[in-house]
Write a protein that binds this ligand. Structure first.
Ligand SMILES: CC[C@H](C(=O)O)C(=O)SCCNC(=O)CCNC(=O)[C@H](O)C(C)(C)COP(=O)(O)OP(=O)(O)OC[C@H]1O[C@@H](n2cnc3c(N)ncnc32)[C@H](O)[C@@H]1OP(=O)(O)O
Ligand SMILES: [Co+2]
Length: 133
């Protein structure tokens, strides 16, 4: 794991949250991007070498919509940048962690991603991120 690539925050109203985090961080988001395969619209803010990723669900079955329905808005996941996502997936599996997807899948911001089950990491949803090849 190289660094915290982003912290994902689940929000109900993306435009309102964009205004909030622009005020908090003192700079505006640099992009919004829909990842239909994940049922999310994302909005990214750069903060040092990491990012804040605001996430709103695009449909009721979206993981983010279900999260908000169950737990309300808040921190949804922590994403770590990795240099070799396939090797990291295998390493984590050997360590006994459950991967929610064992093959990297398309993420936002030109990444390929994988997720670990939150129950294996003290209730924290962890995402692995690597630049798309
Ligand atoms: C990829 C685009 C973008 C990027 O960065 O590039 C993203 O980050 S997209 C982010 C959205 N996508 C995902 O989150 C994919 C991985 N998530 C999942 O597969 C599901 O959300 C899962 C399996 C974590 C939960 O599934 P579901 O909500 O259908 O099931 P439950 O509600 O029964 O949850 C099971 C259990 O896990 C707890 N839970 C759910 N979400 C989270 C979370 N974000 N953090 C911590 N814990 C979570 C939930 O409360 C249940 O626990 P329980 O004790 O039974 O309440
Ligand atoms: Co993410």
């Amino acid at each position: 794991m190289n660094k915290i690539e982003h912290i994902g925050i689940a929000v109900k109203d993306l435009e309102a949250a964009n205004r909030t985090y622009k005020a908090v961080l003192g700079s505006k988001n640099y992009k919004t991007e829909t990842v239909e395969s994940e049922g999310v619209i994302t909005s990214f803010f750069k903060i040092g070498e990491s990012k804040i990723e605001l996430l709103a669900g695009t449909n009721a079955n979206s993981p983010v919509s279900k999260f908000i329905e169950k737990r309300g808005e808040g921190i949804h996941h922590i994403a770590f940048h990795v240099s070799d996502i396939k090797a990291e997936i295998e390493r984590l599996k050997e360590e006994g962690f459950r991967l929610l997807n064992e093959t990297p899948k398309p993420g936002a911001d030109y990444k390929q991603v994988a997720f670990m089950h939150p129950k294996d990491a003290n209730g924290v949803l962890i995402e692995l991120c690597q630049e798309k090849e």
